[in-house]
Design a protein around this ligand. Structure first.
Ligand SMILES: CC(C)(COP(=O)(O)OP(=O)(O)OC[C@H]1O[C@@H](n2cnc3c(N)ncnc32)[C@H](O)[C@@H]1OP(=O)(O)O)[C@@H](O)C(=O)NCCC(=O)NCCS
Length: 180
C-alpha cells in the first residue's frame, strides 16, 4: 500500500465532501448524548462555514492510488469562536477563555480515515503534519481538539499523542482536549 499525502487548498475542498459526511455519520453511531444533532451536520453546514470563518486553514489528504481515503482539517481562529461555535444548538458550558494566552487558538477540527485504512499509521502521519502546521503558527500557543461524545477510540488516540481533556461543552456532547 503506497499512500500519498497532499495538502489541498481551501478552494479544492469538494474532494473531501464525502469523507466529511462519513465522519458525521460515524460520530452519530458513537454518540449517546444527542446523536440526532448530527442529522444537521454535514459538509455544507460544518466544513464550509468553518473554512470561511477561520483566519487560516490547513487541509491534508491521504490518497491510495486515485482515491482519497482520509483527511485532517485544522484551522486558526479567534478563541471566542468556540464560545458560540455551536450556538445554533445550545449555550457553551463554562470555560475560562482567559486561560488561553493569545487572541487565537489552533484547532484540529476534523479527522477521518476510511475504516479499512485505520490502525496502519496513516492517522499518525496526518496528525503529525497537522500539528507541525499548527505549531508553526506564531499567533497561537493553544491547540484544541474537539471529540464528540462516545468516540472513545479517538479520545485514546489523542491522549496517546499527549493531549489532555480540558473541558466539555454542550452538556458533554463534545469533549475538548488541549495541549496544556
Ligand atoms: C482517529 C483516526 C483518525 C486515527 O487514524 P488511524 O489511521 O487509525 O491512526 P493510526 O493508525 O496512526 O493509530 C491508531 C492506532 O493504531 C495503532 N497502530 C498504528 N499502526 C499500527 C499497525 N501497523 N498495527 C497495529 N496498530 C497500529 C496506533 O498505535 C494507534 O493506537 P491508539 O489509538 O491506541 O493510540 C481514525 O481511527 C478514524 O478515522 N476514526 C474514525 C473517525 C474519527 O473518530 N475521527 C476523529 C474525530 S475527533
Amino acid at each position: 500500500m503506497s499512500i500519498k499525502y497532499k495538502v489541498i487548498s481551501a478552494d479544492n475542498i469538494n474532494c473531501i465532501k464525502n469523507l466529511c459526511n462519513e465522519l458525521m455519520v460515524y460520530q452519530k453511531t458513537k454518540a449517546h448524548i444527542h446523536p440526532e444533532w448530527f442529522d444537521n451536520m454535514c459538509f455544507e453546514s460544518r466544513m464550509i462555514p468553518a473554512i470561511d470563518g477561520s483566519k487560516s486553514n490547513f487541509i491534508i489528504t491521504a490518497k491510495d492510488k486515485d482515491e482519497i481515503i482520509g483527511y485532517a482539517y485544522s484551522n486558526i481562529c479567534s478563541k471566542t469562536t468556540y464560545s458560540d461555535g455551536f450556538a445554533t444548538l445550545e449555550p457553551v458550558d463554562f470555560f475560562d477563555f482567559n486561560s488561553v494566552k493569545g487572541d487565537d487558538v489552533g484547532c484540529l477540527s476534523q479527522f477521518f480515515i476510511k475504516e479499512d485504512y485505520r490502525k496502519t499509521g496513516i492517522g499518525t502521519i496526518l496528525f503529525n503534519r497537522s500539528l507541525d502546521w499548527l505549531n508553526s503558527a506564531e499567533s497561537i500557543d493553544d491547540i484544541f481538539i474537539f471529540v464528540s461524545n462516545g468516540n472513545e477510540d479517538a479520545l485514546r488516540f489523542y491522549q496517546g499523542k499527549g493531549f489532555k481533556v480540558s473541558h466539555q461543552i454542550l452538556g458533554g456532547f463534545i469533549t475538548v482536549l488541549r495541549n496544556f
